[in-house]
Design a protein around this ligand. Sequence first.
Ligand code: KIV
Length: 273
Amino acid sequence: MSLSAPAIRARKRRNGSAPIVMVTAYDEPGARYVDAAGVDIILVGDSVANVVLGHEDTLHVTIEQMCYHVRAVAAAKPKAHIVADLPWLSYHVGVADSVRNAAALIRAGAHSVKLEGGRVRRDVVRALLDAEIPVMGHLGLTPQSVLTFGGFKVQAKTREAAEWLAKDAMLLQDEGVYAVVLEGVPSIVGTRITEALEIPTIGIGAGPDTDGQVLVFHDLLGLTNHEPAKFVRQYAQLGTAITEAIGHFAADVRSGAFPSDAEAYANPEDLLN
Ligand code: KIV
């Protein structure tokens, strides 16, 4: 049995729980590696649009594409909880549609769904929970708001904006979400919201005091082709390692060093005469 949403809901650091570890994955091998490392939550993020499909933002991924990636992740049968992003426009044009789209992610293998926004998403959150679908919230620098924000900009930088965000977090908690991602906010905002909430916060660029941390697979492993954001720590340079390995293969093919006899099937006697 995978880690459940209620079990995650109980993971508050101030009550002695270990910090929650969440990492994204988008396919079966990725999910297998992430699960073998012992993470708590695998996020099938709409960041698949950027890091796998080559788009500049997350607005170009559909519910069908998200279901495809959730199925691939679920095929790894991870011990970790699988949360799937509801992509942009899959929960913005009516509550009934939102429930149907969230149900599609659950039927593809997710254990819960994540959506962006606070008070404006209240009805949707309520309807999903009425349909028995656990919901994770996502506040702050919500990437699906990139056009209205005018770019990927740190949020809640004024007292008024920070208070607004804290109210949104409280509202999501009151509606019944089991955890909330805080992205791209000053550390003090991450600290204060974490202190105010009974449910866990999971930070990405929200400072050290949240109840957990999340990073994107490709950022963490050095598989992107751009400068990492300030909040990213790269634990490996797999992009460089991959190019070097494939370069060695290409050189061996060109020099005739690959394949060797050991890498070829033996010739049966019958074919030699
Ligand atoms: O899609 C994603 O990867 C996310 C994380 C940045 C939290 O939502």
